[in-house]
Write a protein that binds this ligand. Structure first.
Ligand code: PMV
Length: 316
């Protein structure tokens, strides 16, 4: 039996991916930008075993067996295996490629609650399988086929997912724009106010938006400028611009909020109710004590985590 275990981090989008131009290949309507969190905090841990004695592929997520025939799971497993076969074109055969897989994945944070669990999950699954089958090189285009945002979790620090223009998706992949060490003063608090599965999946929400929203067309027409401004803000460590664009992006998914002159903290929400808050580390103690005051741990579902951004170091 061969085995590999990796951990993988979540990433929080500050320019959101919302809407697909190709559902099957998961090709987005727009490029997006994100921050990858420290993998020791919110993370997925995945172990994959391959054995000639296993009779079928199986997957367990947080201790519960899931359907291995799920089309996205199948897409990423086949894509990693295809790449492994390509590497073996020298004639050498890798018996592990024909062995059945047992995949065990667990998150240390609420799953499907709008906290990027699918990003960490698929990013980690693809990375772990690649380790097991000795596949090297670009993996973000494969992770993308599991969950779009997962392509960004393959890199640490500040990451862009270029939407690409090719029909086959070959140029729709992520790249790091700056490592975590670039802006160590930037902190993020994740406020978990609900660990319930969100009512509408990102996939369903995006579909409805693409079919019905007038705002989407308008959003897309100005987005390249916003993305450039966000990249510049990150490169220049310009927190005010970073915070403003982050909140505007979140607002387009949710509701309107005024931006004050002296911005100390910015929020962003993905598809669920849980808040991700960006601030400079000088603000963390003051803000954290405020949050503790209003969101007491005894309230039940509420947990608060301070997360320094550090490099993702997936390991076996
Ligand atoms: O990767 P998906 O299909 O779970 O979609 C993620 C969408 C958002 O989290 C709302 C935004 C983003 O860019 O991560």
């Amino acid at each position: 039996m061969q085995c590999a275990t990796c951990t993988g981090p979540v990433n929080i989008a500050v320019i959101k991916y919302w809407g697909k131009r190709n559902e099957k290949l998961i090709l987005p309507l727009n490029s997006s930008v994100s921050v990858t969190l420290h993998q020791n905090e919110l993370r997925t841990k995945t172990t994959i075993a391959a054995s000639p004695n296993f009779t079928k592929d199986q997957i367990w997520l947080n201790g519960v067996e899931e359907d291995i025939n799920n089309s996205r799971l199948q897409a990423v497993i086949s894509a990693v295996k295809r790449r492994a076969r390509k590497r073996k074109s020298d004639g050498e055969t890798n018996p592990r490629l024909n062995w059945k897989l047992h995949i065990v994945s667990e998150n240390n944070f609420p799953t499907a609650a709008g906290l990027a669990s699918s990003a960490a999950g698929y990013g980690c699954l693809v990375y772990t399988l690649a380790k097991l089958l000795n596949v090297k090189g670009e993996l973000s285009d494969i992770a993308r086929q599991g969950s779009g945002s997962a392509c960004r979790s393959v890199y640490g620090g500040f990451v862009t997912w270029d939407k690409g223009t090719n029909e086959d998706g070959s140029d729709s992949k992520a790249r790091q724009i700056a490592p975590h060490t670039h802006w160590p003063e930037l902190s993020v608090l994740i406020l978990v106010v609900s660990d319930q599965t969100k009512h509408t999946s990102s996939t369903a929400g995006m579909q409805t938006t693409v079919e019905t929203s007038e705002l989407l067309k308008q959003r897309l027409s100005g987005l390249q400028t916003k993305e450039d401004q966000m990249t510049d803000a990150i490169m220049n460590k310009d927190f005010k611009t970073f915070a403003e664009i982050t909140m505007k992006e979140s607002n387009q998914l949710h509701a309107y909020n005024n931006i004050h002159e002296d911005v100390k903290v910015s929020y962003t929400f993905d598809a669920g109710p849980n808040a991700c808050l960006f601030m400079l580390d000088s603000e963390v103690p003051r803000f954290y004590s405020l949050v503790k005051h209003f969101f007491l741990p005894e309230n039940g579902h509420t947990t608060i985590q301070g997360l320094p951004i550090t490099e993702q170091t997936l390991h076996t």
